[in-house]
Design a protein around this ligand. Structure first.
Ligand SMILES: Nc1ncnc2c1ncn2[C@@H]1O[C@H](COP(=O)(O)OP(=O)(O)OP(=O)(O)O)[C@@H](O)[C@H]1O
Length: 291
């Protein structure tokens, strides 16, 4: 599957939820879509799933526009953090309806997942706890086998053990049959090892798109006397810098050994820290994407 996003903009009155973003996603791959509150993640996922229409720009899924397009929508399953299903539906009706809509829907996997999460097929959605409703979302999202499966904070209310079950089944399913999974979450440290590529949105702009391997190997923090650090980073891509009492820490794309060879302290940066550094206030106006 190929998703082409071209100068995509969504504006609500004076508020830009997405502001002229351009990028391409090509699967099968597990994408992490990250960003602070209000960065535009849900808006993007809603446009991708054909739920809402952009103000300007284009989005193509394998060359077709998703809005009001049944062909495309049958290939895209979006599970949000809540209110995915009508409250009056029974669990088994949700599974049946998703089964009708998604051509590759895996009934066996759905039944297995319902059992795993102790979900009673005859229970109405309105009687489920928050965590149980999330488990139902996860169940139909995974069982949909949609070529583009999107999870937008899908596990509100799920405890750590239940989240781990979800990750395990998701990875197992992905191993069995690869597809494009777009995963948006604030629990970044918990899932970042699953990502194959990371996108970070900041105030409706794309701040970063990089393969997870590159991020793991090449993003480092370098600490030492300010002058020495300044000199070391002068020819490198700098994510952010902080200075305190003659010492500087710079977050950069670079080589750890090279920094250590020059007597600087170097550490790799966890994805969550990277997101925080990239979206710090000082960077807000620069809108310089790292792609
Ligand atoms: N229906 C709407 N009407 C007005 N403004 C909206 C609407 N939906 C989103 N916005 C605004 O667009 C911006 C992006 O919102 P969005 O929900 O896409 O962010 P997000 O990255 O998903 O945030 P979060 O991590 O908090 O879920 C925010 O400023 C939000 O207030």
């Amino acid at each position: 599957m190929k998703i082409e996003v071209r100068q995509l903009t969504k504006r609500y009155k004076n508020q830009f939820a997405l502001n002229d973003v351009t990028f391409t996603l090509e699967g099968p791959k597990i994408y992490g879509l990250l960003g602070r509150n209000g960065a535009g993640k849900t808006t993007f996922m809603d446009i991708l799933a054909g739920n809402i229409f952009q103000t300007s720009g284009d989005i193509f899924i394998n060359g077709e526009k998703p809005f009001d397009n049944r062909n495309v929508q049958a290939n895209v399953c979006l599970i949000k953090e809540g209110d995915n299903f009508k409250k009056e539906w029974k669990v088994k009706e949700v599974v049946r309806l998703y089964g009708f809509f998604y051509p590759n829907f895996d009934q066996q996997l759905a039944a297995f997942s319902l059992k795993t999460y102790n979900l009673n097929p005859n229970a109405k959605v309105k009687t489920l706890s928050k965590g149980m409703e999330s488990a139902l979302g996860i169940t139909v999202g995974l069982a949909s086998k949609a070529p583009i499966t999107i999870f937008d904070e899908p596990y509100i209310g799920l405890d750590a053990a239940a989240r781990k079950q979800f990750y395990d089944v998701m990875l197992q399913e992905y191993e069995n049959e690869k597809r494009m999974i777009i995963f948006s979450t604030h629990l970044i440290d918990e899932v970042s090892l699953m990502f194959e590529e990371v996108l970070i949105l900041q105030q409706g702009k794309l701040a970063l798109q990089k393969s997870a391997d590159v991020l793991r190997e090449k993003t480092i923090s370098v600490t030492g006397p300010t002058e020495k650090v300044q000199k070391f980073v002068s020819d490198k891509q700098v994510i952010s810098k902080k200075e305190f009492m003659g010492m500087m820490t710079a977050y950069i794309f670079g080589n750890r050994q090279e920094a250590e060879g020059q007597g600087l302290e170097a550490q790799s940066i966890p994805t969550q820290d990277l997101m925080i550094q990239l979206t710090e206030k000082e960077r807000e106006d620069s809108h310089e994407a790292i792609i």
